[in-house]
Design a binder for this molecule. Structure first.
Ligand code: AMP
Ligand code: GLY
Length: 422
C-alpha cells in the first residue's frame, strides 16, 4: 500500500515512524514532511492549501491511502475535494469532510452538537456583533474567571481566560470587533471549569471506533503551568488519574454519545476524534473536540500503540473498522519538547542543532527543523520532541531529560517539571 501523510510537525513524524513499521506498507510519502521524516520516507514539497497539487501528487505516486495530520486542510474541505474529483474518488481518505470538521472548526457548532447528544460540557452562550449587548450582560451572570472563545480556527490563540468582568467585557468587544477576522465574528462565552486536563483519542470510520492510549499534555511555557499558552511543551501517557473508573465514565458519557451522534447525523467522518477533556472532581467534561491527533500527544500515543497501525488507518478510511482492535504497549511513554528561546512569542530560526546523534535510549521527533547546507537547524518555535519509554512516566521522563541535555542550540529551552503534578 502506498501512503501519503500530510503535515510537517512532530505529530506527523511520529505517525510516519509508526506507519513505516508496517509490513503492509509499500511506499510512504510525507508532504511536506521534515528532515526527520526524510530519514525513512519520501518528502514531497507541497503547500497543504493547494488541493489540486495534493491531488496531482496522489495520482503521480499512485497513493492508496491519504492521511491528514493538521486540521486546517480538513476544515477547508480537502476531503470534499477528494470525494468530488472523479479521478481521486478511488483514494481512501482519512479525515473528516468540511461539515464534520466543524467539530473543531466552529466552537459553536461543537457546543450545539454536544447539547444535541447530551455530552457533558461547560454551560455556554454564543454572541455576534448584533447581540454584543446581550453578551456583555451574559458575562455579568457568570463568575470569574471568564472564558471567551473565537468561534473559528485561530492558530491556538482564540481562547481567552480573563480574571475580571471588565477585562472580559473589553475582550468580547475586541473579539467581535475583528481581532481574529472571520474566526471571531462569533464568540462563545462559557463557564470556567476547574480541574485537570487530559486528551483522549478515537480512530473512527464514522460508525465504529477504536480508542488510542490517552495522554496529558503540558500547554504553558513556564514551569508549574505558568506563563503563555503554547502548542504543547511535552506529554505523558498513560495518565495516572485516568483509571478504569474514570475512563468508563469517559467512554459511556462522552466517547459513545459523540460517535453515535456523528453516525446519526450522517457525518462523513473518517479519522481521529480528539477529545480535549477536563476532570472536574472525578467527572469528565469536554473542553473541545479536535478533528485530528494532538501534538505533542501523538509523540507518546504512537509509541504506545502496539498493534500495526496501518491496517487500522486503512480500515477507518474504508468504513471497515467494525470488529478491529488496538493493542496498547504496556510501557509508559513521555515526550519533552525542546523549543526555541522566546517561544511562544518572537523567536529566532536557523540556529544549528548539534548532538542529535548522541541521544541514547530516546526517539527524536522533529517538529520545527530544516536541513540547510548539511546542517539541521531550528525552523519553528517547537523544534524537537524527545520521546522515551519507561516502567512509569517518571522513569520515562528521566531518560528524556538525560537526552534533552545532549541536544544543543543557542537559547534552547524546555520545561524541567513535566510529570511533577501527577
Ligand atoms: P481550547 O482551545 O478550547 O482547548 O482551549 C484552550 C485551553 O483553554 C484549554 O486547554 C483549557 O486549558 C482552557 N479552557 C478552555 N475552556 C475552558 C473552560 N470552560 N474552563 C476552563 N478552562 C478552559
Ligand atoms: N496539544 C494540543 C493540541 O494538539 O491541540
Amino acid at each position: 500500500m502506498n501512503v501519503l501523510l500530510l503535515g510537517s510537525g512532530g505529530r506527523e513524524h511520529a505517525i510516519a515512524w509508526k506507519i513505516a513499521q508496517s509490513p503492509l506498507l509499500s511506499k510512504l510519502f510525507v508532504a511536506p514532511g521534515n528532515p526527520g521524516t526524510a530519514a525513512f520516507a519520501t518528502n514531497l514539497n507541497c503547500s497543504l492549501a493547494d488541493f489540486a497539487a495534493i491531488g496531482t501528487l496522489t495520482l503521480t505516486h499512485q497513493i492508496d491511502l491519504i492521511i491528514v495530520g493538521p486540521e486546517v486542510p480538513l476544515v477547508e474541505g480537502l476531503a470534499d475535494y477528494f470525494y468530488s474529483e472523479e479521478n481521486l474518488k478511488h483514494v481512501r481518505f482519512l479525515g473528516p469532510d468540511k461539515h464534520a470538521a466543524q467539530l473543531e472548526g466552529s466552537k459553536d457548532f461543537a457546543k450545539q452538537f454536544m447539547h444535541r447528544h447530551g455530552v457533558p460540557t461547560a454551560r455556554y452562550a454564543t454572541f455576534t456583533s448584533e447581540t454584543i449587548e446581550e453578551g456583555l450582560t451574559y458575562l455579568e451572570t457568570l463568575e470569574a474567571p471568564y472564558v471567551l472563545k473565537a468561534d473559528g480556527l485561530a492558530a491556538g490563540k482564540g481562547v481567552l481566560i480573563l480574571d475580571t468582568l471588565g477585562e472580559a467585557q473589553e475582550s468580547l468587544k475586541t473579539l467581535l470587533g475583528g481581532q481574529f477576522g472571520a474566526s471571531s465574528a462569533r464568540v462563545v462565552i462559557e463557564e470556567f471549569l476547574t480541574g485537570i486536563e487530559l486528551s483522549v483519542f478515537a480512530l473512527t470510520d464514522g460508525k465504529d471506533y477504536v480508542l488510542l492510549p490517552e495522554a496529558k499534555d503540558y500547554k504553558r511555557i513556564g514551569e508549574g503551568d505558568t506563563g503563555l499558552n503554547t502548542g504543547g511543551m511535552g506529554a505523558v501517557s498513560p495518565v495516572p488519574f485516568a483509571d478504569d473508573a474514570f475512563m468508563t465514565k469517559v467512554i459511556d458519557r462522552i466517547v459513545k454519545p459523540t460517535m453515535t451522534g456523528i453516525h446519526a447525523e450522517g457525518m462523513r467522518y473518517t479519522g481521529f476524534v480528539f477529545f480535549g477533556l477536563i476532570n472536574v472532581k472525578g467527572e469528565p467534561f469536554v473542553i473541545e473536540y479536535n478533528c485530528r491527533m494532538g501534538d505533542p500527544e501523538t509523540e507518546v500515543v504512537m509509541p504506545r500503540v502496539a498493534s500495526d497501525i496501518l491496517p487500522l488507518l486503512n480500515a477507518a478510511a474504508s468504513g471497515k473498522l467494525a470488529g478491529m482492535h488496538l493493542e496498547k504497549d504496556a510501557r509508559a511513554a513521555c515526550t519533552v519538547m525542546l523549543v526555541a528561546g522566546g517561544y511562544p512569542e518572537d523567536y529566532r530560526k536557523g540556529d544549528v542543532i548539534t548532538g542529535i546523534n548522541e541521544v541514547n535510549g530516546s526517539m527524536v521527533f522533529h517538529a520545527g527543523t530544516a536541513l540547510v547546507e548539511g546542517n539541521i537547524v531550528t525552523n519553528g518555535g517547537r523544534v524537537m520532541a524527545i520521546t522515551s519509554y519507561g516502567n512509569d512516566i517518571h522513569d520515562a521522563l528521566r531518560v528524556s531529560y538525560e537526552n534533552a541535555q545532549k541536544i544543543e542550540w543557542k537559547d534552547k529551552y524546555y520545561r524541567r517539571d513535566l510529570g511533577k503534578d501527577l
